[in-house]
Structures are given as structure tokens and as C-alpha cells.
Design a binder for this molecule. Structure first.
Ligand SMILES: [Zn+2]
Length: 232
């Protein structure tokens, strides 16, 4: 079976990763992790959450809901902490004394928690990252933190996949980068078409992972080849 670096979308639509990159450009503002500074106050935010409770048809002044706007605001600080994270700074802390190690480095099954930017509901899944170092390697926890830096924002899976790969490529300048994300979208499972058990798989392959089928296959074998189980 040949696994090509395309993204399998629900419904069988294929999208080339290049499209994601072209559509969003390099998104240098996002890669730098800069959040807007003109955010509303905590008070305004809690008032907006209270409005949502009213709009759903409930009474925000009843005992069970009275502290909910404050709790939701605190939860949002966690869900969207990525806007205050700087992936470039994380990846810049590299070390070079690796005795010439130049083989593939893979971090697989990284828990991923994000939110769909269309419905503001969770996207839950896992990310797999590989790179072929040129001179510098980065601590593996940094790769996991880069996933969080992009996941903890309002996202679409295709864009998030490209952003993670692009930032690793830009900062580490390795011989190749591969990112695969497998995730379930609650906007598909709890509303709309209500299809459970559907996993969306996206990938972005750069450098050797794009040009060398053996390198790509080695990576896909290590992570359990998710692309082959979806619509292939
Ligand atoms: Zn959605």
C-alpha cells in the first residue's frame, strides 16, 4: 500500500497539505504566538457567558449556575492558553551535543485537546511528530508543548497540523519533519450529523518525509500507520 502525504477528510475529500499552507500563508503572527492585546475584561466575559445561559433557557441566578460564568472563564484560560504561548521560543532551546545522532526522532501518541473554530466544541485526539535532525535536537517535552501551543486555540485540524510542522521546520531546520494528527471532532459527534467513531487524519510531510518514500514509510510504521486505516 502506498501512503501519500494527503489528508483524508470525512466524505472522502482529499486535500493536499500545500493548500493549507497556501490558504493561510505562513501565518507568521501565529507561529510567533502573539495574542491580541485588546481583550475584553473578565467582567465583560462573565457577562457574555451569563447571556449564553439565559439564551439556552436557564436561570443564571439559581444556585447551581451562580458561579458558572466565573468557572467557564477560568476553564477558557486553560483551553486557550496557546494564545499566550510562544512555540518559537520553546523550540529555540536546543542542544547540539548528540554524538552525531542523525536518525529519526519520533514522539508518538501525544494527547491533543483543541477546540473547533466553527463550533467552539472540543477536538480530541493525538499527534505524532517526527524529525530528522541536522545538527540540533530539541528536548522531547518541547515538542509536546508545541502541540499544546497550537492546539489550545480555536482551530481547524488541517491548519493546526501545518502550523506544528512549519514551526519545527522553521526553527530547527532539520532534514525533514512529519506531523500526523488523528482526532475526533465533537461538532460531528454531538451535533450535526451525529456520527461517532469517526476519526479525521491529517498529515504534513516536509523534506525527507515528503521526498523519500522509505523515510515516510518508516515513520508511518512506527506510529502504526493511521492513514492506511482511514479510507485508503
Ligand atoms: Zn466544528
Amino acid at each position: 500500500m502506498t501512503v501519500t502525504p494527503t489528508m483524508k477528510l470525512p466524505g472522502g475529500k482529499d486535500a493536499k497539505p500545500e493548500n493549507t499552507r497556501a490558504a493561510g500563508g505562513r501565518e507568521s503572527n501565529l507561529i510567533l504566538g502573539k495574542a491580541r492585546t485588546d481583550r475584553p475584561s473578565r467582567e465583560e466575559t462573565e457577562a457574555a457567558i451569563r447571556t449564553l445561559l439565559l439564551w439556552a433557557g436557564d436561570d443564571p441566578d439559581r444556585e447551581g449556575l451562580i458561579d458558572t460564568p466565573a468557572r467557564v472563564a477560568r476553564a477558557y484560560e486553560e483551553f486557550f492558553a496557546g494564545y499566550d504561548a510562544d512555540p518559537v521560543e520553546m523550540l529555540n532551546r536546543t542542544f547540539e551535543e548528540v554524538e552525531g545522532y542523525d536518525e529519526m526522532i519520533v514522539l508518538k501518541d501525544i494527547r491533543l485537546e483543541s477546540h473547533c473554530e466553527h463550533h467552539m466544541v472540543p477536538i480530541i485526539g493525538k499527534a505524532h511528530i517526527a524529525y530528522l535532525p541536522k545538527n540540533r535536537v530539541v528536548g522531547i517535552s518541547k515538542l509536546a508543548r508545541v502541540v499544546d501551543a497550537y492546539a489550545k486555540r480555536f482551530q481547524v485540524q488541517e491548519k493546526m497540523t501545518a502550523q506544528i510542522a512549519n514551526s519545527i521546520e522553521d526553527v530547527l531546520q532539520p532534514r525533514g519533519v512529519a506531523v500526523v494528527i488523528e482526532a475526533q471532532h465533537q461538532c460531528m459527534t454531538t451535533r450535526g450529523v451525529h456520527k461517532t467513531g469517526v476519526t479525521m487524519v491529517t498529515s504534513r510531510m516536509l523534506g525527507a518525509f515528503r521526498h523519500d518514500p522509505l523515510t515516510r514509510r518508516e515513520f508511518l510504521t512506527i506510529i502504526g500507520n493511521p492513514a492506511s486505516s482511514v479510507g485508503a
